[in-house]
Design a protein around this ligand. Structure first.
Ligand SMILES: Cc1ncc(COP(=O)(O)O)c(C=O)c1O
Length: 349
């Protein structure tokens, strides 16, 4: 079986981070912590946001959670009242609309032909029930990164309509071809009051199983998120917090090594798809190639057939609000990618 369906790095967690986890256990860092996380980690997150994202936050404006996923849910659950609308841009990670529904809200999906954010389409989707918009750049599944101009247009709409922004920047370090990532909240000082920035260590440091994510936002929202979290999951695992502290403040060489391997795979797949005439979006970030299926089949049927006949697992675009497209994760060894691509090409031939 050639599995290209997983959204998780295939590398082991870097040694220095594993060591920090082991040390944490040996040194009895095994108890409850404050709900928002240990102060050393909150401070390290503030420093990281300042240095890398040009964002100024104090520890009171930070919350650590069980992965970016918990932070996203706490954000949505905190800002959304029953019947509120939350705008989500397609293609989108499948969890976004489900979390909005869980919070009693209504996901409003905005889709454009080129999968880029369109100020015009977003404006059309805004009603008096619109509470927030969820952004995700670099994007899962398209690998698209929003440009500074696009983000500035979004910022204008957000400020004009006073809606909140939940910006999921979990893939921010996985960038190719000199592309730049811009943190939404850094675009204008006024955006800080309206933005919850969500990030985590899962993708950058291959730490999916450690379950550490974090959010930065206005202190009144962060406090409400912490109140909710205190009755939901208390603190996030202290051992993992200690490992995340090493991830954020320790040696960063492993990130470069993983990125260069992703890039090698990305180039291989793009080259192969190009020669086969498969329509796809060249990823600027993250580790997914989003491609269009043979018009003879819909994407669900395509993925079913690829699995049954060719033992290749992919994710149909239906999961991301964009039928007709398929996501291939290249967080998989190059040899397996080569065999998988051969099989996909055979299907297209
Ligand atoms: C866009 C996006 N946000 C968040 C997550 C979840 O991250 P975490 O493992 O930190 O919960 C994923 C994982 O697939 C993702 O694709």
């Amino acid at each position: 079986m050639y599995n290209f369906s997983a959204g998780e790095p295939d590398f082991p967690t870097p040694e220095n981070i594993k060591e920090a986890g082991i040390d944490a256990i040996k040194n009895n860092f095994t108890k409850y912590t404050s709900v928002r996380g240990i102060s050393k980690l909150l401070e390290a997150i503030c420093q990281k946001l300042k240095k890398e994202n040009n964002l100024n936050y104090t520890p009171e404006e930070i919350i650590v959670g069980n992965g970016a996923k918990e932070i996203l849910y706490l954000s949505v659950r905190t800002v959304c009242e029953i019947g509120d609308e939350i705008i989500i841009l397609a293609p989108h990670w499948g969890t976004f609309p489900e979390q909005v529904k869980l919070a009693g809200g209504k996901p409003v999906i905005v889709k454009t032909d080129d999968f880029r954010p369109s100020a015009k389409e977003i404006k059309k989707a805004i009603t008096n029930r619109t509470k927030a918009i969820i952004l995700n750049s670099p994007n899962n599944p398209s690998g698209i990164i929003y440009t500074l101009e696009e983000l500035k247009e979004l910022a204008e709409i957000v400020l004009e309509n006073e809606i909140l922004v939940i910006t999921d920047e979990i893939y921010e370090k996985l960038l190719y071809d000199e592309t730049k990532h811009y943190s939404f909240a850094a675009l204008d000082p006024k955006l800080k009051d309206l933005t919850i920035t969500v990030n985590g260590v899962s993708k950058t440091y291959s730490m999916t199983g450690w379950r550490i994510g974090y959010g930065a936002g206005p202190s009144y929202i962060i406090k409400k998120m912490a109140d909710l979290k205190s009755h939901l999951s208390t603190n996030s695992c202290l051992i993992s917090q200690m490992a995340a502290l090493e991830a954020l403040s320790g040696n960063q060489d492993s990130v470069k090594v993983m990125l260069s391997e992703y890039d090698r795979r990305r180039k291989y797949i793009c080259q192969e798809f190009q020669t086969q005439g498969i329509e796809f979006i060249k990823p600027q970030g993250a580790f997914y190639v989003f491609f269009k299926v043979n018009p003879k089949f819909d994407s669900l049927e395509f993925c079913e057939r690829m699995l049954e006949k060719f033992q290749v697992a992919l994710v149909p675009g239906e999961a991301f609000g964009t039928p007709g497209w398929v996501r291939l994760s290249y967080a998989v060894e190059l040899d397996d990618i080569k065999e998988g691509i051969k099989r996909i090409k055979a299907f297209f031939a």
